[in-house]
Design a protein. Structure first.
Length: 111
């Protein structure tokens, strides 16, 4: 189940589907990445919206691997935005079918 939920999240992020992402987050969702740490679904959705809105043209996101252990999934990804290629991993915590936290680890890939 966790692997399928993670794949659904990947598909929603790649499609810039904020509504699906919102439906997957718990109300007390926590987002941490190299540039931000926010608590609360509303606050996290604003961060995700800014990523989507700030990169309107070239936006490619795909998972390269998904690993699952109990209520945690780790998704390795490649993210191409406006001429930059980023690679990284999201550690996603799940509870009752909802994401409770995402910790993103990202670096710029060398060309």
């Amino acid at each position: 189940m966790i692997e399928q939920l993670t794949q659904r999240y990947v598909e929603a992020f790649a499609a810039k589907d904020l509504n699906t992402i919102a439906s997957m987050m718990s109300d007390d969702f926590e987002l941490t990445d190299p540039s931000v740490h926010v608590r609360g679904k509303k606050e996290a959705l604003e961060v995700v919206r800014s990523i989507f809105d700030g990169n309107p043209r070239k936006f490619l996101f795909r998972a390269t691997n998904i690993y699952v252990d109990r209520q945690t999934s780790i998704m390795e990804f490649v993210f191409e935005i406006e001429g930059a290629t980023l690679k990284g991993a999201d550690v996603i915590e799940w509870k009752g079918g909802s994401m409770t936290a995402v910790r993103a680890y990202v670096y710029q890939a060398s060309s």
